[in-house]
Design a protein around this ligand. Structure first.
Ligand SMILES: Nc1ncnc2c1ncn2[C@@H]1O[C@H](COP(=O)(O)OP(=O)(O)OP(=O)(O)O)[C@@H](O)[C@H]1O
Length: 481
């Protein structure tokens, strides 16, 4: 069993054994309370290598279910999740979860693992007011959807809340969704919704419905992605921690799939960053999903170049045209934000280079003194150094991949198709394809890695665990008009 020791401060919720509720006296006697902390998966099942809580009854699966908590930032109420990974299922308040379903736990929910035990879930941080939806003037119901006050995340353009489809008469718990509510400017078209409705890809957020309500609110109902964003995943203590090369490859391979698809549809994301890459579960080799198409551009029916300076400077390609001199943006006239030469879909590949650099080393490549001006200046010079100790255990192929994406000369920079042919990706294509189809697309999280996958993991070097990049989310405002 893995250690579940943690300080009181880290504990966001507890699963308390509940023999009374379980109704099978004796079965629960040996169960202990199980704490749940931020971004830490707690697995229940028979497998004593993988699980934190070992349940020996033969009807229990190797990994039967898992629990975790996601907290968007320190001010937000955590989201507590349970995922059923079993053959025989689990029950929440007497209703079963669909196989593979992830469910948003409420304080007081009763989780029953048949033949093995029952736990009452106690949230340590609770939602105190439930009238947020009213305060913000949002609708509480749209067609068959009910909008809750639970905030999954917030950004420059809107809030993302949990929504549910109204209960139909079934024995199953309902599926949770997310709804992004955007305040539309009077003359602004719902470009984000239009683009998302066009797209269908396993690594791109799936939109189910959009609705233009009163008060210029646009509601975008989409899948709830339950593992938090890549920024939170890497933000251990007050630094960003690198991940192993294997794990990085699996993430980058999925982003490349998403980008190749997007670019083939004539869509450029333009705001690729850690915050906009969502994980289905907070663990390695999970499915990742690109979100936030708020400033994406559809070039399919128009010209092929863009001229507006948008994005987040830390991730933004130099040709997009951010100026180190902030005064240049004081007037948001078209002329002030018009970049003469324009840029194309390769701006997304530069952003991917920044992401790859950060996840392999914990360092943001052009961070400098952390000011917006220094980041923009550094990115324009494009000088990269692979001499720091954070790079010492990273393979030459991985370094070369990052170099080929963070290439100032747009013609020399890899595009989303060419990136698949880079040796770092091509060399591992067989294993990556296998993981992509077996674990990512089919979502077989309860299948243990095969022997080949494990030996492949051993062969790849691990990145070091030191990171000087301070944790800062959404430091920069984007420039849009
Ligand atoms: N479908 C979803 N499922 C789960 N979490 C989500 C979902 N969509 C967004 N989030 C969370 O909400 C946050 C804000 O969402 P999003 O980036 O779409 O909003 P935004 O206002 O466009 O933000 P930004 O300021 O980055 O442009 C994300 O960083 C993510 O953590």
């Amino acid at each position: 069993m893995h250690s579940l020791e943690m300080t009181n401060k880290q504990i966001l919720g507890v699963l308390e054994p509940s023999s009374l509720d379980y109704g099978f006296p004796g079965t629960n006697d040996s169960l202990a309370a199980v704490p749940i902390a931020k971004n830490k998966l707690v697995k229940f099942g028979r497998n004593d290598r993988e699980c934190d809580v070992i349940l020996t009854h033969p009807s229990v699966s190797s990994i039967h279910c898992m629990f975790w908590a996601i907290r968007f930032d320190d001010d937000s109420v955590p989201m507590y999740y349970v995922k059923d990974c079993s053959l025989n299922g689990i029950l929440i308040n007497g209703l079963s979860l669909k196989r593979g379903q992830t469910y948003l736990l409420e304080d007081g929910d009763l989780v029953t693992i048949p033949n093995a035990g029952a736990y009452r879930f106690v949230a340590k941080i609770k939602l105190l007011t439930s009238d947020l939806v009213e305060q913000l003037g949002f609708l509480t119901e749209v067609d068959s959807w009910r909008i809750t006050s639970k905030v999954v995340g917030s950004g420059t353009f809107g809030h993302v809340l949990v929504a549910n489809e109204k209960m139909s008469a079934t024995n199953h718990q309902p599926v949770n969704y997310a709804v992004k509510v955007i305040k539309m400017k009077p003359n602004r078209l719902d470009k984000e919704a239009k683009i998302l409705l066009k797209l269908a890809h396993p690594n791109i957020i799936k939109v189910h419905k959009t609705f233009a309500g009163s008060k210029d609110h646009l509601y975008i109902f989409q899948d709830l992605i339950t593992g938090g964003d890549l920024f939170s995943y890497l933000a251990k203590s007050d630094c960003l921690s690198p991940i192993s090369e294997t794990e990085a490859l699996v993430i980058i391979y999925q982003i490349l799939h998403a980008l190749r698809y997007l670019h083939s549809q004539g869509i450029v994301h333009r705001d690729l960053k850690l915050d906009n890459i969502l994980l289905c579960t907070p663990e390695p080799c999970t499915r990742i999903v690109l979100a936030d198409f708020g400033i994406a551009k559809d070039l399919s029916s128009s010209r092929s170049r863009m001229h507006t300076v948008v994005g987040t400077p830390e991730y933004c390609a130099p040709e997009v045209g951010f100026k180190a001199d902030r005064a240049a943006y004081k007037e948001f006239s078209r002329a002030a934000t018009f970049e003469q030469h324009g840029y194309d879909a390769k701006c997304d590949l530069w952003s991917l280079g920044v992401i790859a650099h950060i996840i392999l080393t914990g360092i943001s490549p052009f961070y400098g003194d952390g000011s917006e001006a220094s980041i923009i200046r550094n990115a324009k010079m494009g000088s990269l150094s692979f001499n720091s100790k954070q790079w010492s255990k990273v393979s030459e192929h991985a370094k070369s991949f990052v170099r080929r994406l963070l290439e100032i000369d747009v013609h020399k920079r890899l595009d989303s198709q060419g990136a698949f042919h880079h040796l770092w990706i091509a060399k591992h294509k067989g294993q990556l394809e296998k993981i992509y189809h077996k674990k990512i697309l089919q979502g077989h999280i309860n299948v243990l890695p095969s022997i080949e996958e494990l030996s492949w993991k051993r062969r790849l070097p691990k990145s070091v665990n030191l990171s000087p990049t301070a944790v800062q989310r959404k430091k920069f405002t984007k420039v849009d008009h």
